[in-house]
Write a new protein. Structure first.
Length: 62
């Protein structure tokens, strides 16, 4: 009886998202999308910073 219960517990635990290829690909896709969103924010900030530096340089040369 204990063996059956242990087998059922392992079966339930083993059925998570990480156990199937589809689940792993969804997790991977979610992680990649979060990284892309983060890079987009960083890129926008870099563009803003570059624009501020350009404006400052243009003011100094006038």
């Amino acid at each position: 009886m204990k063996t059956i219960i242990v087998m059922l517990l392992f079966g339930v635990v083993g059925c998570g998202k990480e156990s199937s290829p589809e689940g792993r690909s969804k997790i991977r896709d979610t992680n990649l999308q979060e990284q892309i969103d983060s890079l987009k924010l960083e890129n926008a900030q870099i563009k803003t910073d570059i624009q501020l530096v350009k404006e400052k340089l243009n003011l100094e040369h006038k």
